[in-house]
Write a protein that binds this ligand. Structure first.
Ligand code: ADP
Ligand code: MG
Length: 476
C-alpha cells in the first residue's frame, strides 16, 4: 500500500488519540488536515499560528514519536498555517517563513518544525489558542481584590475611584484612572482589584492587566518580528486595559508612540484605561507631552503612606488571613516602625512568623525588633509622640484620652508626665510641640514634667521601675 499524506497522518492520529484526552484530541488534532507528503516530510495544515505554537509547546513529543513510527528516524513535520477567514485581508504573519517556495496564491506559510523542544519564538502569553475566537487571558491575580484592600485616609480617594471604575468601566469621567504613589503602597494591588471586580461583574468584558515592562518587551519583539500591526490590533480589542508602572515607559519613544495610538483608540471607543505610576504625572520624565496630557484626562489619584491605624489594620488582616495570632504590642511595634512601605510591613510579618515557627519560639518583642532592624536597617527608628502616648497609656491600663485629660488624679498625672518625659527624650520635638500634642499643654508644663520624672526616679523605687519598663518598651 503506497503511503499518502492522509494515510500517514491517520496512523499518527490513531497513536495520538490513545495518548491524550478525547477533549484535547478533539480540540487540537481534529482540525488538522494532512496536505502533503514528500519523502519523509509530512505537511499538516493548522488553522492559526497560535494553534501551531500550542502544538509545538504541548504536543511536540507526541507528534515526533508518532511520526517517527510512520516515517522513520529522519521524519520531518512541516506546518502549514492557513490564515483564518476572520483575519480578512490582513497581512499574514511573515516571521517564521523559511525561504522556501511558498505558493504565492495561498495565504499560508510553511514552518519547519525542527522538533526541538524550544519555546516557540513569539509566544503571546495572552492568547489561549481557540479555533474560532481568540480569548484573552486577563492576567489578573484574584488574591488582589477590594475585600482585602483595606481602606484608610491614605487610599480613600484612589480606592473609591477604583470602585467606581470597576462598577462602570468606561462609563465614568475617571478615564484614564491613574493611580500613583510610592513603592509598596498598593498600586499593583488596587489595579488588580479593579480588574478582578470588572471580570466579576462583567464576565463578557475583555480585561487585560499588563506591566509596562512586559508591554515594552512585547512591542520590541513585535517590531523585530515585523508584526507591529498585530500587536496594536491585539491591544485595540481590549475593553479594560490596565497598565502597571507606566513610569517605565520613560525614554522609550517607540513604545510610547504605540501606546499613544492604542490609548486613543480605546479611549475613543469608550474603553476603560487604568494606569499606575510611582510618580505624579507632573514628575514623570522623558514621557512625551502628548501622552502626559492624555494621562491627565481622567483622574489622578494618589496612594499615600498609610497612617498608624491603617497599618495596624493591614497587619491584623494579614495575620487573620494567615491564621496567625500575634500579641497586640508586637502588632503595634511593627506598625510603628515600618511606615513607608506596606510590602516591607508584610515581609516583616512573614519573617517573624517564620522565625518563630522554625525556632519554636514565641513571637516576642525582642524577635520583632531584630527583624524590623533588617527591614529598616539604615533609617534610625524614631518613635512618634503618638506611639509614646499609646505605650504609656497601655502600660498604665488607661486610654489615650484619659492620659490627655485635664484630671488631677495622681496616677493619671504621672502617666502624662512620663509621656512628656519620653517625648522629650526620644524625639526631636520642641517642648511646645510636645505639650500641644499631649493634651494641649504649654511648654512650661512639659519642662516641669521632665524635672518631676527625674526627681521621682531618683527617689522612688516604684517609679524608677515604671521609667525602666517604659524605656525598654519604647527603645528596644
Ligand atoms: P506597589 O505596586 O504600589 O509597589 P503593591 O500593590 O505591590 O504596591 O503592594 C505591596 C503589598 O502591600 C501587597 O502585598 C499588597 O497586598 C499590600 N497592600 C498595599 N495596600 C494595601 C491595603 N490598603 N490593604 C491591604 N494590603 C495592602
Ligand atoms: Mg507595583
Amino acid at each position: 500500500m503506497s503511503m499518502t499524506a492522509q494515510t500517514v497522518w491517520d496512523n499518527c492520529l490513531l497513536f495520538i488519540q490513545d495518548n491524550i484526552t478525547p477533549q484535547a484530541y478533539k480540540t487540537w488534532f481534529e482540525p488538522i488536515k494532512a496536505v502533503k507528503l514528500t519523502d519523509n516530510a509530512l505537511s499538516i495544515q493548522v488553522p492559526s499560528k497560535f494553534f501551531y505554537e500550542w502544538l509545538e509547546e504541548h504536543y511536540v513529543k507526541l507528534l515526533k514519536v508518532s511520526l517517527t513510527k510512520e516515517l522513520g528516524e529522519s521524519a520531518k513535520l512541516v506546518y502549514v498555517i492557513r490564515m483564518e477567514n476572520t483575519y480578512g485581508n490582513r497581512q499574514p504573519f511573515t516571521e517564521k517563513i523559511p525561504s522556501t517556495n511558498r505558493p504565492s496564491t495561498m495565504k499560508s506559510q510553511e514552518v519547519d518544525a525542527p522538533f526541538k523542544n524550544k519555546n516557540p519564538e513569539l509566544k503571546n502569553p495572552f492568547i489561549i489558542p481557540g479555533i474560532r475566537n481568540l480569548q484573552i487571558e486577563s492576567q489578573l491575580n484574584p488574591n488582589y481584590n477590594f475585600d482585602n484592600f483595606l481602606e484608610g485616609d491614605s487610599n480613600r480617594l484612589a480606592r473609591s475611584a477604583g470602585m467606581a471604575v470597576a462598577n462602570k468601566p468606561g462609563g465614568t469621567s475617571f478615564n484614564p484612572l491613574l493611580i500613583f504613589g510610592g513603592v509598596g503602597l498598593g498600586k499593583t494591588h488596587l489595579a488588580h482589584a479593579i480588574g478582578v471586580q470588572i471580570k466579576d461583574r462583567y464576565p463578557e468584558k475583555t480585561v487585560l492587566y499588563i506591566s509596562a515592562e512586559k508591554f515594552t518587551q512585547q512591542y520590541i519583539e513585535s517590531v523585530k518580528k515585523n508584526n507591529r500591526n498585530d500587536f496594536i490590533h491585539f491591544y485595540q480589542v481590549i475593553d479594560v486595559l490596565i497598565v502597571d508602572d507606566i513610569q517605565l515607559l520613560s525614554g522609550k519613544a517607540g513604545t510610547q508612540d504605540v501606546f499613544f495610538h492604542i490609548f486613543n483608540h480605546l479611549h475613543q471607543n469608550g474603553k476603560q484605561v487604568v494606569l499606575t505610576s510611582d510618580k505624579a504625572p507632573v514628575d514623570m520624565q522623558d514621557i512625551e507631552q502628548r501622552l502626559l496630557s492624555r494621562f491627565k484626562w481622567g483622574l489622578s489619584a494618589e496612594l499615600q503612606q498609610p497612617g498608624f491605624e491603617t497599618r495596624v489594620s493591614i497587619i491584623k488582616n494579614k495575620l487573620y488571613q494567615d491564621g496567625v495570632e500575634m500579641p497586640e504590642d508586637i502588632v503595634e511595634f511593627l506598625a510603628n516602625n515600618i511606615k513607608t512601605n506596606i510590602r516591607e510591613l508584610e515581609g516583616a510579618i512573614i519573617s517573624l512568623i517564620a522565625h518563630s515557627s522554625f525556632n519554636r519560639k514565641e513571637i516576642n518583642l525582642e524577635l520583632a525588633k531584630r527583624i524590623v532592624d533588617n527591614y529598616v536597617k539604615h533609617t534610625k527608628r524614631e518613635v512618634s509622640i503618638e506611639y509614646i502616648q499609646k505605650v504609656v497609656s497601655d502600660y498604665f491600663q488607661m486610654d489615650v484620652d484619659t492620659l490627655q485629660s485635664k484630671t488631677r488624679k495622681r496616677h493619671i498625672v504621672q502617666a502624662r508626665q512620663l509621656a512628656m518625659f519620653f517625648a522629650k527624650k526620644l524625639t526631636k520635638a520642641s517642648l511646645a510641640s510636645i505639650g500641644s500634642q499631649i493634651g494641649k499643654r504649654d511648654h512650661a508644663t512639659v519642662l516641669h514634667a521632665c524635672k518631676t520624672v527625674d526627681n521621682l526616679s531618683a527617689t522612688d523605687k516604684q517609679f524608677r521601675k515604671y521609667v525602666e519598663d517604659l524605656n525598654k518598651k519604647l527603645t528596644m
